[in-house]
Design a protein around this ligand. Structure first.
Ligand code: AMP
Length: 815
């Protein structure tokens, strides 16, 4: 928008509603308010309980009773009837009382006073440099007792920084109360409420999309929370995202130490979550090895194999000293008895549990390894294999365990084997049941053998052929017409026995080889590695999906082969391999000039339009990136790799798989944080792709200037300053004006696609029409990770997000 229009807008708003921005010449006085442009929030003076004490705060403009979401001078109210919020000579926000004495200041070492303060529609009060447009300070980085959508809590160990919530002292006193909410640097992190210096409540470790100690956060829970941890750099961010379909929402830490998520359905506030709610939620309620049973009386029980440390205290309801083992573990007291411990200790499974505190993440990749790892380590008292986390082990006493009526996790508790063997009577019953079961099994097996003989089937019940037959009939029943079933030896011959020389590239799910069939036709064979992340499900998914999709911008699947452990996919061969092999190669990039790049962008958009809209299925790809764009002999792009793609039915627009898989840098924020994917998360990845194609720079390794700007922030700034023409890959030399205009427009479209809010991003139909017309484009909002690149916290978000891929294999490039 040009400066003239801005000026008009500002002056119009100024005259109609008081203030649009705070400047040195137009401060905010008692009685005046500053509204956000869309009228969602308001900044002004308020006096709780009409006490006469004046505070500067932000509240929801259209909500009564007023909900204060941020306070500037929490610790020092203004008692004089007049006061001003203005910009000081050194450029910070400053609150002056009636005597012009400073009461509060935003601080910092800002040196220019050529700045203004604005209240954004997100509720963020920002101090903006008039020249560069950069945020010099923002209230979102100085939280009080409330988190609004898009705010975050964080820790940054190397810089000794934390962003926390601090409760008010009372409902009418904003000064800091005794409760604090923060996230811990444990891996995985958990949320804590502290009362003074003691832990008051604990959320349980974060499991990708939920907190494990909050059973309400089950699969069906729409979780507006997200966590990103960068273990290597010692940082973590916990973000509150917008609750879909609710205009207003917030998280508040109340003066009583309760964390509440509230959302507004136009008429009322609805409680989305509250914790702590039950007596069991108070930290360490039943002491070490004690279990707090939410529905139980008495509240506390000792875990199986444990007894109260003091019977008397326990009986009188004083549970704080917890419980002790009845029987020592076999390896206790004898350090050389590791193997003895292995033989004599056993695990007892306790279900519906809030995992205890002081957990450690172990690198075992399945439950059995986790079990064995704990068994081998004498100091391991328990383990739990949790979906979304993996293997957690405990090497100390178990504290703060809650037993829920449903939900929660299963904890395997280490006990001396003798604790698990019951009384003689139980043993007898067990033996009888076992004998009966064995007998029944024998009878069933005999019947089976008989039927088997009658049918004269081969030697084993589940023969290899049968298994393959099952695969084929499953696929045939899915109407995969046109798909060939190859014999393994055909593909072995075609690829010279999967020779290294034939290798075309390596994806997350296996290696791709070039092959030649006897009729001379060239093919690409994707051989699923046996330790691949692409299990049977993804394999079948890819076959079913692509065989039904046919478009000139999608890679064609010719057939598949299943032979024992071997799973292979056969594709049409793409002479020019993947786009990354051109784009990021100093020599080869010269072969793709701007017209070719524009053609590639349009081709990908057409492929995506087919996936999202035009095919009879609606498909979200979930892993769009340069290495998944293949190029034919005419450099036409084809989208490949449908292992992670998902079909959508009818009116379904979004889904959540629970696990987040995808590739660094390409994942939309809502997908990375909450696992929610939709067409719009593909659009985000497409936006990143557009920017990579234009600039010839890789999202994962791009870093510019002393602020280490990432590709998005670099693009945003260049586009804001020069319209984006200077972003074109400089290695291509000079561009004519037509190319520059076209590329500038593509930068603009790319920025529209990578907007933080999914709802703001265009859909693929709109993208397509933007790419093929010259109509005016809407103004993009600043991408989230760009919000002030000079600021450590924002770069922290980006750094952390770069690490946030659970599917690291998938980020590897093709050869
Ligand atoms: P993918 O596992 O699909 O991500 O493929 C890994 C790499 O193998 C790609 O990045 C390409 O470089 C190469 N590749 C995959 N499929 C083909 C194909 N049909 N033709 C040529 N190269 C391919």
């Amino acid at each position: 928008m040009c400066i003239g229009v801005w000026f008009l807008l500002i002056t119009t708003m100024f005259s109609s509603c008081g203030h649009a921005a705070l400047t040195t010449s137009s401060p905010l006085s008692v009685g005046q308010t500053l509204s956000s442009p869309g009228g969602s929030y308001e900044l002004g003076f308020f006096s709780p309980n009409n006490s006469g004490d004046q505070y500067v705060g932000i509240w929801f403009q259209k909500v009564t009773p007023r909900v204060i979401v941020w306070v500037a001078n929490r610790e020092k109210p203004v008692s004089s009837p007049s006061a001003n919020l203005t910009i000081s000579s050194n450029g910070s926000l400053i609150l002056l009382d009636g005597k012009q004495e400073p009461v509060w200041s935003s601080g910092g070492d800002v040196t220019s006073n050529k700045c203004r303060a604005e209240l954004l529609d997100t509720g963020n009060l920002v101090l903006v440099d008039n020249v560069t447009g950069k945020y010099l300070w923002q209230s979102f980085e100085h939280l009080g007792d409330t988190m609004l959508p898009l705010t975050s809590l964080m820790y940054d160990i190397p810089n000794n920084k934390k962003r926390i919530l601090t409760s008010w002292k009372s409902e009418t006193d904003p000064s800091p109360g005794e409760f604090v909410a923060e996230i811990t640097p444990q891996v995985p992190s958990q949320g804590l409420i502290l009362k003074g210096s003691s832990t008051y409540w604990r959320s349980g470790p974060w499991a990708g999309t939920r907190f494990t100690g909050i059973p309400e956060m089950d699969e069906s829970y729409v979780n507006p929370l997200g966590m990103v941890q960068d273990v290597v750099n010692g940082t973590g961010v916990f973000a509150f995202c917008v609750l879909r379909n609710f205009n207003l929402s917030y998280i508040k830490l109340t003066p009583e130490g309760s964390l509440r998520i509230q959302r507004n359905n136009e008429t009322n506030w609805i409680k989305h979550f509250e914790g702590p709610v039950s007596a069991c939620d108070l930290y360490g309620r039943c002491g070490p090895f004690g279990l707090c049973v939410r529905s139980g009386t008495p509240l506390c029980q000792c875990l199986k194999g444990f007894k109260p440390k003091s019977d008397e205290e326990w009986r009188s309801g004083n549970w704080s000293r917890g419980c002790v083992r009845r029987t020592d573990l076999s390896c206790q007291g004898d350090s050389s008895a590791e193997t003895q411990g292995k033989d004599r200790d056993a695990f007892y499974r306790v279900s519906n549990i809030k995992p205890p505190d002081s957990y450690e993440l172990a690198s075992f990749s399945n439950e059995e390894q986790c079990h064995q790892g704990c068994l081998r380590n004498c100091s391991c008292t328990a383990f739990s294999y949790i979906s979304g986390i993996g293997c957690l082990v405990w090497n100390r006493e178990l504290l703060d365990m809650v037993k829920f009526t449903s939900g929660g996790e299963t904890l395997s508790l280490r006990l001396a084997r003798s604790e698990l063997t019951g009384s003689k009577r139980i043993k007898m019953i067990t033996v009888s049941i076992l004998s009966l079961s064995v007998f029944l099994i024998l009878v069933i097996a005999a019947c089976g053998c008989w039927r088997y003989r009658v049918k004269k089937i081969g030697a084993s019940i589940i023969s290899k052929e049968n298994l393959e037959g099952a695969w084929k009939s499953d696929l045939q029943s899915q109407d995969v017409s046109g798909l060939s079933f190859f014999e393994i030896h055909t593909l072995q011959t075609a690829t010279n026995n999967f020779r290294e020389l034939n290798k075309l590239g390596q994806g997350g799910f296996g290696t791709v080889y070039k092959g030649k069939l006897v009729d001379g036709k060239e093919i690409a064979v994707k051989r699923l590695s046996s330790n691949s992340v692409q299990g049977t499900e993804e394999f079948m998914n890819e076959i079913k999906l692509i065989s039904k999709l046919q478009h000139r911008n999608l890679l064609r699947l010719l057939g598949c082969c299943i032979d024992g452990e071997e799973k292979l996919l056969v594709f049409e061969y793409m002479v020019n391999k993947s786009l990354d092999t051109f784009l990021f190669d100093l020599k080869k990039k010269l072969e793709i000039d701007w017209p070719k790049r524009f053609n590639i962008i349009q081709g990908i958009a057409r492929g995506l339009l087919y996936l999202h809209r035009d095919s009879f299925l609606r498909v979200v790809h979930r892993d769009l990136k340069v290495s998944n764009i293949l190029l034919d002999e005419k450099m036409n792009p084809k989208i490949s790799d449908f292992g992670l793609a998902r079909m959508f039915q009818g009116n379904q627009h979004q889904d959540n798989t629970g696990s987040v898989v995808g590739t660094l840098g390409y994942m939309a924020p809502e997908y990375a944080w909450t696992g929610t994917f939709s067409e719009k998360s593909d659009i985000y990845s497409f936006g990143v792709l557009i920017l990579e194609i234009i600039t010839g720079k890789e999202i994962s390794s791009f870093s510019y200037g002393k602020d280490s700007k990432n590709l998005l922030s670099y693009t945003w700034e260049s586009w804001s300053e020069t319209g984006g023409a200077n972003l074109l890959d400089q290695d291509l030399g000079d561009f004519d004006s037509v190319n520059s205009v076209e590329a500038g427009r593509c930068v603009h479209i790319g920025l529209l696609c990578v907007q933080h809010q999914a709802i703001d991003r265009p859909n693929i139909k709109q993208v397509m029409s933007m790419l093929t017309s010259t109509t005016d484009l809407p103004k993009p909002t600043q991408p989230m990770f760009v919000m002030d690149t000079s600021d450590e916290d924002s770069s922290l978000s980006q750094r952390s997000s770069d690490r946030f891929s659970v599917d690291e294999n998938k980020s590897s490039k093709g050869a």
